[in-house]
Design a protein around this ligand. Structure first.
Ligand code: DX5
Ligand code: ZN
Length: 234
């Protein structure tokens, strides 16, 4: 497992990064999917954890992540869409998550939990839903390594990108500076990635636009190229 510093250098040196969302993979062929993503030069995996409470859907938890861990060298970025992330934090760390992002809507005073994640040598991320203004998160940016702007209401893959959120990426970049890793999640594809990159986003979570394509390698390469063409920070 990478330390927080190692993970931060991976994330910063390689931005813009495409992070396939494993919510959309074929779970019956998990090992094969991971091999295909490695062969497709995927450099970060986005792991969507849902509890059927914070969001109206269930996905997978630490037991599945732990089994995935030895099957790939890719860094693991967990997106916890759960009501009580603190309660399960250690389990996700033990399972091999090197970045852990939880929601401001689940933890309205997140500085203590962000600090706890950092102290445990893991990259600390904070996410906001489309309905939450940037101003609600801004006081906590200094405790974050990563800021995740949701561009759909969380819970399901394959939803339509909400363009209003782009201004939040721009605000986060202006306020957080070049050190902050900014990610966007939901409805990211060929027609939406450019505007997010131009606004200053670094990490692009992609579910349908990778897993619904016949060739993961060309899907990721094309998205990376489009993000590169517009990326504002590096
Ligand atoms: C939504 C998840 C996303 C989702 C992305 O709640 O957080 O990561 O799987 O899927 P697409 O790219 O299809 O919107
Ligand atoms: Zn996600």
């Amino acid at each position: 497992m990478r330390t927080r510093d190692e993970m931060l250098s991976v994330l910063k040196a390689q931005r813009p990064l495409i992070a396939p969302s494993m919510l959309k993979c074929d779970f019956g062929n998990l090992h094969r999917e991971l091999e295909m993503l490695d062969a497709a030069d995927s450099r970060l995996l986005h792991l969507d954890v849902m509890d059927g409470h914070f969001v109206p859907n269930l996905s997978y938890g630490p037991m599945v992540i732990e089994r995935m861990r030895p099957l790939t060298e890719s860094p693991f970025d967990a997106h916890l869409m759960i009501s009580d992330p603190e309660k399960y934090l250690d389990e996700y760390m033990r399972a091999g998550c090197e970045a852990i992002t939880f929601h401001l809507e689940a933890v309205p005073q997140p500085e203590a939990l962000l600090t706890k994640i950092r102290r445990k040598n893991v990259v600390a991320g904070l996410a906001i839903n489309p309905g939450t203004p940037f101003s609600a998160a801004e006081p906590f940016l200094k405790f974050c390594d990563l800021f995740l702007v949701m561009s759909v209401n969380p819970g399901f893959g394959g939803q339509k990108f909400i363009p209003d959120v782009v201004s939040k990426i721009r605000e986060a970049r202006a306020s957080g500076g070049s050190d902050l890793i900014i990610s966007v999640d939901g409805g990211i594809g060929k027609s939406t990635i450019g505007v997010c990159a131009e606004a200053g986003c670094d990490v692009f979570v992609a579910g349908s636009s990778v897993f619904d394509q016949p060739c993961y390698k060309s899907a990721i390469a094309e998205l990376r190229q489009l993000a590169n063409d517009s990326h504002a920070v590096c």
